[in-house]
Design a protein around this ligand. Sequence first.
Ligand code: KIV
Length: 280
Amino acid sequence: MKNTVATILKQKQSGEKITMLTAYDYTTARIIDECGINSILVGDSLGMTMLGYDTTLPVTMEDMIHHTKAVTRGAKNAFVVADMPFMSYQTSTYDAVVNAGRLIKEGGASAVKLEGGAEVCEQIRAIVDSSIPVVAHLGLTPQSVNAFGGFKVQGKTLVRAKQIIEDALKIQEAGACAVVLECVPAELAKIITEKLDITATIGIGAGNGCDGQVLVYQDMLGLTTGHTPKFAKMFADAGETFRNGINAYIEETKNGNFPAPEHTFSIDDDIIAEIREDLK
Ligand code: KIV
């Protein structure tokens, strides 16, 4: 079944949890899509996971379009959401609409995601008015890492918790179809989920009271090296599987056991004999 903005809303209303994972390339998107995920996020986390940057800040529109194109070629049924990179929408409403349009027209995404609350509502409204669904992002918004002074849990004080609730109500009013709630206390995410009647909440480090969950696929498959966040449960250790396979390949290549006859093409003995004769 094709997942759309309408099916996401239906899931919020019926209480059927929404599943979302990141993907950044054709092969991974195809596997995730075949598993029946509801939505794939082409996150600007690709800055770290695919391009090796320390933050999402250097990611460009060209990077996002390149990866979104690959993902949409692999995803047949998932609702594909593409992240708007840093400074592609903060600068003006005009830039926001033009860049959101590029992710849809050139990338093939079904929706775009941008970070922020009240301060980006004008952009959300303008993009939605251009018939492009928008997913918002509140709590720990990684593009604001310098303003936050690091990657920290958000909404733990009364003032900040109230601000996140206010922002959630404002982005719903502006027309966001969903909102990612990142690194906020579980009770706060639950209150926001209950308060919003149209906008679906998708949590990451926000407890199980949200309408759905999202994870970065490298984190949940054991492919992340170095620090993994507390909320990133490892559902399988693909990293170990990769390492075992690569080590076996190196060993068998060095000892001559690979390639074996079943991986090899043959030729008539007569032809080889003639070639050898000619070369004498
Ligand atoms: O860029 C990303 O992958 C994200 C998720 C962490 C929600 O925004």
